[in-house]
Design a protein around this ligand. Structure first.
Ligand SMILES: [Zn+2]
Length: 176
């Protein structure tokens, strides 16, 4: 069993900028990281998961390719994302921020270039919710959470819930 655990709002790891992976020299680390990420994503029934969410500040995320239009790609290593198109409003949630679901605007389209586990580079042109999911996960690699992107009014409305999550799951958690 792995000791990697889901990180919740309040964890400092979620706020760091993650480093790139050297795919050829970090195969062992990458293999164990991806195994844990896939386990946790399946267990939590999430749509996507970024490495910082299980405590590793590296540029890797995974997405549920059965739920999203990803042409069977589910592993994204050292991704580069560019966005385009009009802003589109839709609902988001995050495994690290349980119980909060909010509508927010993001560009409708995205192009992602990344590497798979074998080190092969690929590019996908994405729209709609798949483009949104890629932007959400890629934000995690820069220490950005979806609640950071809410309007000031919405931010104020979720403030209390966020501090409750921090208290319940955070490093100064006193619930035994
Ligand atoms: Zn998230």
């Amino acid at each position: 069993m792995s000791s990697r655990k889901l990180q919740y709002y309040g964890s400092k790891i979620l706020r760091n900028r993650s480093r790139g992976i050297d795919i050829s020299s970090e195969q062992e680390f990458l293999h164990s990281l991806l195994a844990d990420m896939l386990d946790i994503l399946r267990l939590e029934r999430g749509l996507g998961l970024a490495a910082p969410q299980i405590g590793e500040n590296v540029r890797v995320f995974i997405l549920n390719s059965e739920e999203l239009s990803l042409k069977d790609h589910s592993i994204f290593i050292n991704p580069e994302v560019t966005t385009s198109g009009p802003l589109n409003k839709d609902e988001e949630g995050c495994l690290s921020i349980p119980g909060i679901f909010e509508y927010l605007r993001r560009p409708l389209s995205a192009v992602v270039t990344a590497y798979d586990f074998s080190g092969k580079r690929f590019t996908l042109e994405l729209d709609d919710y798949t483009a949104r999911a890629v932007q959400h996960e890629n934000d995690h690699l820069d220490g950005i959470l979806f609640v950071d992107r809410l309007s000031p009014i919405r931010k104020r409305l979720v403030k209390k819930q966020l501090s409750e999550i921090k208290r319940e799951y955070g490093p100064d958690n006193r619930i035994l």
